[in-house]
Design a protein around this ligand. Structure first.
Ligand code: ADP
Ligand code: ZN
Length: 751
């Protein structure tokens, strides 16, 4: 008798374990780790992922797997291993972790008990134009235009998106088909995320300068050795990092290996993806969350089938199913958007490094302002090679930075002003010279808060402990954390007087103000409100690149890696905003933001100028941002981290417990803290571990939930993991409801 075979299955539920099922004989041949199965789970059936197949007997009854869904595993062994590493490292449920590695829907479906023949594969057959044969015949102008477009595009052309982009109805195509000038058929076609306007980009390849060449030579050497390596390229803004990435990828492809490029946010992608398209054409797939589920699935398929060897994408693209990876590039490695603030709370930069290790690939991290931990690690020689690019391309100077003390400005004018005299003069000058201006203000909306001048009451969110922002366009108060809306009150909600006053300003107000100050200027705005609609990013950035906009006002979105050669002035309003946050990274974030946005100025022929307005001109993050000196900033910041035992000198985990009853949540938090202390005492070594809290979280109420947090600081990662895992296990065994609670390992955000 052959021994019974079992499989450990991860189900997409917030559960911290896998479940063992029996493998029926009929599946034994085909079932492998990485394949999805349907399993009975409680009263339901779920789609789960096979993690391990083995013959270790289990006590008690083991239910059989109901159905095998994939003959070919969806996740390669390496990706599966990576996923399980992520789950363990971030103390996240394995099923939920594997779920985010796949396109939406593949692991999420609940299955009805009686109909297991559900749809598990979102592949779509779609109507497409598969042939075009224009003939001399009378056509309307519209028909001719459509036909002309079709002759230009590579076939097949999927009908739906084509009609949408042409703003045209299907009847035009029907007529053309009836005249046999086009042929349409249902095909399995990729839903392409490229917009047509991007199909013929103009990008020049440059000859690398000596600095770039020096780094590229090292990259070539590493790619030849085909071993895991990692490297930090610390290059000032505009030093030509992208050009090195492109060459590195070309080198990997020449060695028949694939390449993965991570970029922070979708705002960067139109520009960056255009470069990659120009260099690598159809070999490029892009993956980001603004794609529709169908588009994402198609890109994923294309990668899995080996039809795309270069993937450019945001956070979750780190899990792209590329085979034979040669190089992984993480651009702007310091960027906060690599951290997922939801389960599993992974940081794609760190996952990329693990993936590189598993795949024997070269990992390149690039930034002008590396995260402190990254830089520290590389200067300490801890397995991260350090390379720097200290000057801009073509010896272009870094912009000059002027800091305006807004306290003096206040005294001069006898009131708070939004735009200082210095900045106003500089803007006027640029408008006169037909150059472009970026204005950064890290708050969207019109007024930061609504204050009653009679009793001091500010309007705050019902669900969160945060004040509401006034948005003029919609004439409403909005909570930026939960989306709560309230109409603009006429009277104070507490004292009922009519002394309501708008406090502080957001991008909407600044756009209006600049319009009043510079009546002839063309002013546009980029923030989360204006980029909501699909394609608006491209529209705003496109208009700016084309010179149709003189001044672009925006939030940190405008600070990201854009390359606009005609920008010669960058203005920053309220530079200290991030410093007020109760977070040990506040200074680092401020320095990064200021340096990054300054880096947008003077990238073309004309030198750039930066004007930073602040009430805290003497803070060290502002001082060093003025000279754009990362090393000086680092030296001061690292002292602070050492004194207060923050990363890189310790590793952190932030446990947040939340619920509707503050009393109950505090009790639970205390229970967890006791358990952590208990397990800590079992540590044999003299390693110190500190358990801070429980305390009210800085955002004590969020989305209707009261929040308490415990911050754990340890000098050993292994000990941190052991203690947290044991304590959580204990709590779970006691059946404490921990549904809305979370542990954030290596947190970026402590609010
Ligand atoms: P970074 O990513 O470091 O901010 P980029 O790679 O965007 O810098 O380069 C800045 C500008 O310089 C871009 O317009 C790019 O096309 C150009 N560039 C890069 N390398 C070279 C080179 N070797 N010679 C001339 N121009 C270059
Ligand atoms: Zn809210």
């Amino acid at each position: 008798m052959t021994p019974e075979t079992f499989a450990d299955i991860a189900v997409p539920r917030p559960l911290f374990q896998t479940f063992t099922y029996a493998v029926p004989d009929s599946m034994k041949k085909d079932l492998t780790p990485g394949s999805r199965v349907v399993v009975p789970f409680g009263r339901q059936h779920l789609v789960g992922m096979t993690v391990r197949v083995h013959q270790e007997p289990r006590p008690g009854e083991v239910k059989p797997i109901r159905q095998l869904l994939d003959r070919e595993p969806l996740l390669s062994r390496r990706l599966l291993e990576l996923g399980l590493w992520v789950a363990a490292y971030y103390l996240a449920p394995p099923g939920e972790t594997l779920k985010v590695m796949l396109p939406p829907g593949l692991l999420a479906r609940k299955v009805g008990k009686d109909h297991l023949s559900g749809k598990f594969w979102p592949e779509k057959r779609q109507l497409a134009v598969v042939g075009v044969t224009p003939r001399e015949e009378k056509l309307t102008a519209r028909q001719r235009e459509v036909l002309e477009q079709l002759t230009r595009l590579p076939l097949p052309v999927v009908v739906q998106p084509f009609l949408r982009r042409m703003r045209c109805s299907q009847s035009v195509l029907k007529t053309l088909a009836s005249k046999s000038m086009i042929e349409m058929k249902e095909v399995e076609a990729y839903r392409s995320p490229w917009t047509y306007s991007e199909s013929s980009p103009e990008v020049r390849k440059h000859v690398l300068n000596p600095d770039q060449q020096r780094i590229f030579s090292k990259i070539q050497k590493h790619l030849a050795s085909a071993e895991f390596r990692s490297m930090l390229i610390h290059g000032v803004t505009g030093s030509g990092k992208t050009e090195i990435y492109l060459n590195a990828i070309a080198e990997a492809l020449a060695r028949e290996r694939s390449a993965l490029v991570l970029v922070p946010e979708i705002g960067l992608t139109p520009q960056i993806s255009r470069y990659f398209r120009a260099w690598f054409g159809e070999q490029v797939a892009i993956l980001h969350s603004a794609l529709s589920a169908g588009e994402r699935f198609d890109q994923w398929q294309k990668i899995r089938r080996g039809e795309a060897q270069v993937v450019v994408g945001t956070r979750s693209a780190v899990f792209a199913p590329l085979e034979n990876l040669g190089v992984i590039i993480v651009d702007e490695e310091h960027d906060g958007s690599y951290k997922q603030e939801d389960l599993p709370r992974y940081n794609a930069r760190d996952v990329a490094r693990k993936r590189g290790q598993l795949e024997g690939a070269l990992v390149i991290l690039g930034s002008a302002t590396p995260q402190l931990e990254t830089y520290y690690q590389s200067v300490q020689g801890e397995g991260l090679e350090y390379e720097s690019l200290d000057s801009r391309i073509l010896e272009r100077p870094l912009p000059t930075v002027e800091v305006v003390d807004m306290r003096e400005e206040f005294q001069k004018h006898g009131k708070a002003v939004v735009v200082s005299d210095v900045l106003a003069r500089s803007i006027a000058q640029r408008l006169n010279d037909k150059e472009q201006v970026l204005i950064l203000l890290n708050r969207r909306g019109y007024a930061a808060a609504l204050l009653c001048r009679s009793c001091g009451h500010t309007e705050s969110c019902d669900n969160c402990s945060i004040s509401l922002t006034y948005h003029r366009h919609s004439n409403r108060l909005i909570c930026h954390y939960c989306g709560f809306l309230r109409s603009l009150p006429k009277r104070c909600g507490v004292c009922a007087r009519e002394y309501i006053f708008f406090l502080g300003q957001g991008t909407e107000k600044v756009q209006q103000l600049l319009g009043e100050l510079f009546p002839g200027a063309r002013i546009d705005r980029m923030d989360r409100d204006t980029v909501q609609k699909k394609g608006s990013f491209q529209r705003i950035l496109g208009a700016f690149a084309a010179g149709d906009t003189d001044i672009l006002v925006g939030t940190q979105m405008i600070a990201k890696g854009h390359d606009f050669p005609r920008v010669t002035l960058v203005g920053v309003l309220t530079a200290e905003q991030a410093l007020k946050m109760a977070d040990f990274r506040a200074a680092e974030r401020t320095f990064q933001l200021l340096t990054q946005v300054a880096g947008r100025a003077g990238r073309g022929e004309q030198p750039g100028e930066v004007v930073i307005q602040t009430y805290y001109p003497n803070h060290y993050s502002l001082k060093h941002a003025r000279s754009q000196d990362y090393r000086l900033f680092f030296e001061e910041e690292i002292r602070f981290r050492r004194n207060f035992q923050y990363p890189p000198f310790t590793v952190l985990a932030n446990c947040v417990l939340q619920g509707e009853q503050p009393r109950q949540i505090r009790d639970q938090a205390e229970q967890l803290a006791d358990l952590l202390l208990h397990y800590r005492t079992r540590l044999s070594s003299g390693q110190r571990m500190r358990v801070l809290g429980p305390a009210q979280a800085p955002l004590e109420k969020l989305k209707g939930q009261y929040r308490f947090q415990i911050l754990v600081k340890a000098t050993s990662r292994k000990e941190l993991h052991d203690v947290l895992a044991s304590a959580m296990d204990d709590l779970r065994r006691k059946k404490s409801s921990l549904k809305k609670s979370s542990i954030d390992v290596d947190p970026l955000n402590l609010l």
